[in-house]
Design a protein around this ligand. Structure first.
Ligand code: WTA
Length: 680
């Protein structure tokens, strides 16, 4: 279903007529050339085969490009062999680039490490030896739960080097989330840290792993043999002598010689869990070669990467796909020099990011709109205290960037000259799919613009027919691409149902990927993203499932029923707003404030702080259709302070009427008062 709000949004976006041509100097030395589009248009498969030969060093060259016979599970370059870690490390050292800095790492307290490609290669070899000694072999799953420290990158690459499969779990997730992910993947090893730094304090990590493994033990479902622990926070941790090992006692003592094996192109590289419309996170599976080809190619052309001179910084955490594709694999395969920062943007002062850009001479910055909007609110006087003149390309990812934030980013951070590339993609697409190219494209603030060369995208209506500009519809990808997900771990049917069932016609051999986003194309062919069309929210650029949070709430003994919606939020894009019916017998014992506090903490514990609702309304009824479906649209209206829309399909319009009568506030009309809003 297309969001009812879409038409209004389309109209307002169409009034955006500011245009920014590529700066001359950038155009003159652009890594991307217009021929890329022409080549891809002439022969898409040949285009990707050329990219695969150019981007990757093959141990055994491929002869097949795309095998789509098992659609929608693609095989790309399937008879080729490679080692992903060797492509990110050893080959640069062998090419004489061992002394180039791979990572300028900055801890939140201000401690730093500078790691060259030679050093990173040696460290990954040691880690690979240590992991192999712990029994990790090809195809085994390793869970990684670490802060943004170099060991996170080392761990991922060591796993990849062995042909094992990593599952990185974002360091903000709860014990319950770790349990679910470790169980689903059947992980053999967990790599974690005692703790890391966040907002000026050490936050513990290992206790959450201990708790998760404790749950699995109790269920008789534990597959984890060892926990490898990096010392970072120096906080005290419980220790299980049979299971736990310190990284410094294990990896540091391992030998630095490691002969890497070559693996088939389609060998699994990692699983990354992401929220869908149902309660269970999906383990998105990516395989080696196609992922490496498209992440490295897009990293090069979208950011105009000149690896000899650029200093690149993606502020994403390795726990998300952006951290996989554009902190670890893409940049390292390209031999880039990058900044990696452990902490929050405002610690110890609100100019920390800008200070780091000045300190390291960052030339390319890749960040999320939510951060840009936060900085915008704080005001330009903060970035203006720092020398940001090194910046020449700015990137945005995670959610639509509104034109005002785009222009602020361009003017205040990019000195009015640095192009802003708005990159659209997903965990499932593995790499950037829609974006401007900074040396070629005339930019339009607020639009992600055009599919990259080799990518075919269409906006379709409910019937699967292409919609014409300027109408909106469903964003779809109509041809296979190298870094596409190869499935959902352990659930091939769900993969087909979620992404392919909507528009494909398997009998006709037609496979169309449905991204779950609304979009429209303007008269110039530029694409404007309109947000999710399903029950997935986008909070600070991170995907959260309404169902998952509802399940967490209903899992609390106080709660009878819950409905969760994503309400638009000035800073975070969307915010979690929950409507909760409390069980009758608990009503009297608690005030609404108490319930709100309790339930917010409950969600944070069950899923992680990122899912903590901004508001919880304690209500006595929820608006439902005759078939019992909660009408989230009405709840969103309330959460966003709008007059409520059409209620004719409600099973009991009196619910809204009753609430309307209780309402004292005409501005938010209708159901607000009955729902006892506590707007902040
Ligand atoms: C949203 C993050 C508009 C979108 C890389 C998508 C965007 C979801 C953009 C994927 C963008 C990401 N403009 N929306 N430039 N980038 N999105 O899997 O709704 O964490 O479906 O991947 O984020 O989120 P994910």
């Amino acid at each position: 279903m297309v969001d009812e709000d879409a038409p209004a949004e389309i109209e307002s976006l169409l009034r955006e007529d500011r245009r920014f041509a590529p700066p001359e100097a950038l155009a003159a030395t652009s890594v991307a050339t217009p021929e890329l589009y022409a080549e891809a248009k002439a022969d898409r498969l040949r285009f990707w085969a050329d990219r695969a030969r150019e981007q990757v060093t093959w141990a055994k060259p491929f002869t097949q490009v795309l095998d789509w016979s098992d659609a929608p599970v693609a095989k790309w370059f399937a008879d080729g062999e490679l080692n992903v870690a060797v492509n990110c490390l050893d080959r640069h050292v062998e090419a004489g680039l061992g002394d180039r800095v791979a990572i300028h790492w900055e801890g939140e307290p201000g401690d730093t490490r500078t790691i060259t490609y030679a050093e990173l290669t040696a460290e990954v070899k040691r880690a690979a030896n240590a992991l192999a000694a712990l029994g990790v072999a090809r195809g085994d799953r390793v869970a990684i739960y670490l802060p943004m420290i170099p060991e996170a990158v080392v761990a991922m690459l060591a796993v990849a080097r062995l042909g094992a499969i990593h599952s990185v779990i974002f360091g903000g997730f709860s014990a319950q989330s770790i349990r679910d992910r470790v169980l689903d993947a059947g992980a053999k090893l967990v790599i974690t840290a005692d703790g890391g730094y966040r907002k000026g304090r050490v936050f513990a990590l290992k206790p959450a792993v201990d708790e998760a493994l404790g749950m699995l033990e109790a269920e008789g479902a534990n597959t984890v043999e060892h926990v490898l622990v990096v010392r970072r926070g120096e906080n005290e941790v419980a220790w299980n002598a049979e299971r736990d090992l310190w990284w410094h006692d294990t990896v540091d003592l391992a030998t630095g010689e490691h002969e890497a094996e070559a693996f088939p192109a389609e060998a699994p590289l990692f699983i990354l869990y992401t929220s869908g419309t149902t309660g269970r996170p999906k383990g998105i599976l990516h395989t080696a070669a196609g992922f490496l080809v498209q992440t490295s190619f897009t990293h090069k052309v979208v950011f105009d990467l000149h690896p000899e001179t650029d200093v690149y910084w993606s502020t994403a955490d390795v726990g998300w796909i952006t951290g996989h594709s554009y902190v670890v694999y893409g940049p390292l395969a390209n031999g880039a020099t990058q900044v990696m920062y452990e902490g929050t943007p405002d610690t110890p002062h609100p100019g920390r990011w800008w200070e780091l850009i000045e300190k390291y001479g960052v030339t390319i910055l890749y960040a999320a709109p939510t951060a840009i909007r936060t900085f915008m609110k704080l005001g330009r006087q903060i970035p203006e205290q720092f020398d940001l003149s090194s910046l020449r390309v700015l990137g945005s990812v995670g959610e639509p960037i509104n034109p005002e934030a785009w222009v602020w980013y361009h003017d205040v951070i990019g000195a009015g000259t640095a192009p802003v590339v708005d990159t659209w993609w997903q965990t499932e697409t593995g790499a950037i799919m829609i974006s401007a190219l900074p040396g070629l494209t005339t930019l339009k603030p607020g639009s992600a613009q055009v599919p990259l060369p080799g990518i075919k995208v269409e906006v379709l209506n409910e019937e699967g027919a292409r919609v014409d500009p300027p109408n909106g519809g469903f964003l779809s990808v109509t041809e296979a691409w190298p870094s596409m997900a190869r499935g959902i771990w352990g659930d091939p049917e769900r993969f087909v149902d979620t992404y392919w069932a909507k528009f494909s016609d398997p009998a006709a051999g037609k496979w169309i990927y449905f991204a779950g986003d609304g979009a429209h194309v303007d008269e110039d062919g530029d694409i404007w993203l309109l947000g999710r069309v399903d029950d997935v929210m986008n909070v600070s650029g991170h995907r959260l499932s309404t169902t998952e949070i509802e399940s967490a709430l209903v899992g609390n003994d106080l709660v009878a029923e819950a409905a969760v919606v994503g309400a638009s939020d000035e800073t975070t894009g969307q915010a979690v707003v929950a409507y909760v019916i409390v069980k009758e017998r608990h009503r009297a014992g608690h005030s609404d404030e108490e319930l709100e506090t309790l339930l917010k903490a409950h969600v944070a514990k069950e899923i992680g702080a990122i899912a903590r609702p901004r508001q919880i309304y304690i209500v006595t009824e929820l608006p439902k259709t005759r078939s019992g479906k909660i009408m989230r649209r009405l709840l969103r209206d309330v959460a966003e302070g709008r007059p409520i829309g059409d209620t004719t399909t409600l099973a009991d319009p009196a619910v809204m009427k009753l609430i309307e009568e209780m309402s004292g506030s005409p501005a938010t009309s209708s159901i607000t008062a009955g729902l006892k809003p506590k707007r902040k």
